[in-house]
Design a protein around this ligand. Structure first.
Ligand SMILES: [Zn+2]
Length: 65
């Protein structure tokens, strides 16, 4: 699944497994943030970005007239 995209994430490489034996991959968000994400979270759409989308939306709301 290297190179696949899920929302704003692009999978960079395999990052092993967590303590429960679930696969983790190193992902890069569209904004440049890199983070290890559980594969299941990507596949079920639970993780679509590093959170920058939500932050950008909050900022937009704060600066709205
Ligand atoms: Zn981001």
């Amino acid at each position: 699944m290297i190179g696949e995209t899920f929302g704003k994430w692009t999978v960079l490489k395999d990052a092993g497994k967590d303590k429960h034996g679930k696969s983790i991959v190193l992902c890069k968000c569209e904004c440049g943030t890199r983070r290890k994400v559980l594969v299941t979270r990507l596949k079920y759409g639970h993780s679509r970005s590093c959170g920058c989308v939500v932050k950008a939306m909050r900022r937009a709301i704060n600066f709205a007239p």
